[in-house]
Ligand binder design. Structure first.
Ligand code: FMN
Length: 208
C-alpha cells in the first residue's frame, strides 16, 4: 500500500489524528497532512503554536504516528476528551497507535522549520499498516462534526484577535450542530455537536 492509495495528496489535506511521544508524555491531535514532493521526506504538516503537539515537537519528539480513521468521535476525543483515547504500541516508533483505526503511518520527524506562529514538520514514513478495507455510505453528521471542531480550533485563536471572525465561526458551529441534528438520531454524535457549541460559547463569558 502506498501513500497515494491511502488518500494522501499534494493538493488536498488528509485529516488524520497525529499521535506523538516525548519521554513519558503521549498526545493525540487532529492534523492536516500533505504529501511533500517526490523527494524524501514525503509528508509534511503545519503545526500552529500554543498547542501541546507544537511544544512536544520543539522540545525534541523524534517520531509520530498518523492514525487514519473516519470516526468523528475519535476526532472529537482527540480535542475534548484525550483521556478517553485508547492506545496500542506502534511497531517501529516510540509514539503509540490509537486503537481501532483503519490504517497507521508510522513516521520519523526528519526536519522542523520554524516560521512565525507555526512550524513546518517534515515526516519520513517508516511503516504503513492497513488494518481494514471498508465500504461505507456517506453521511452528513461526521463531516459536520469535523468542520465544527476545525471552527472551534480556529475560535481559540480568533477570540481575542478578531471579533468579527470569531462571531462568524460561532455562527458556523451553530449551523454544523443543526446539520448533525438533522442528519442523525445517534445520541453520541448529537451530544458531541452540542458540546462543541457549548464549549465555544464558554469562550465568551456573559457580558464580555
Ligand atoms: C480536522 C482537523 C484538522 C486540524 N489540522 C490542524 C493542523 O494541520 N495544524 C494544526 O496546528 N492544528 C490543526 N487542528 C487543530 C488542532 O487539532 C487542535 O488545536 C488541537 O486541540 C491541538 O491539540 P494539542 O494542543 O494537544 O496539540 C485541526 C483540527 C481538526 C479538527
Amino acid at each position: 500500500m502506498d501513500l497515494e492509495k491511502l488518500g494522501f495528496s499534494r493538493m488536498t489535506y488528509s485529516e488524520v489524528i497525529l499521535t506523538i511521544r516525548l519521554k513519558e508524555t503521549v498526545n493525540a491531535a487532529p492534523m492536516g497532512i500533505l504529501l511533500n514532493d517526490d523527494e524524501e521526506p514525503r509528508l509534511k504538516v503545519r503545526v500552529y503554536e500554543s498547542q501541546r503537539t507544537y511544544e512536544m515537537i520543539l522540545n525534541g519528539a523524534g517520531d509520530c504516528v498518523l492514525n487514519i480513521t473516519d470516526d468523528p468521535l475519535l476526532f472529537y476525543n482527540a480535542i475534548f476528551r484525550k483521556d478517553e483515547i485508547s492506545y496500542i504500541p506502534a511497531e517501529s516508533v516510540s509514539s503509540p497507535r490509537i486503537c481501532d483505526c483503519k490504517a497507521y503511518v508510522e513516521c520519523s520527524i526528519n526536519e522542523v522549520v520554524k516560521h512565525g506562529g507555526y512550524v513546518e514538520v517534515f515526516l519520513k514514513p517508516l511503516l504503513i499498516n492497513v488494518t481494514r478495507r471498508s465500504v461505507k455510505t456517506f453521511n452528513r453528521a461526521g463531516p459536520a462534526i469535523i468542520e465544527a471542531l476545525i471552527c472551534y480550533s480556529k475560535l481559540l485563536y480568533f477570540k481575542d484577535a478578531d471579533m468579527e471572525e470569531a462571531e462568524n465561526l460561532m455562527k458556523r458551529i451553530d449551523i454544523f450542530r443543526d446539520i448533525v441534528y438533522h442528519s442523525t438520531k445517534e445520541e453520541t454524535l448529537r451530544k458531541a455537536a452540542a458540546r462543541i457549541l457549548g464549549k465555544s460559547k464558554e469562550l465568551f463569558p456573559e457580558g464580555s
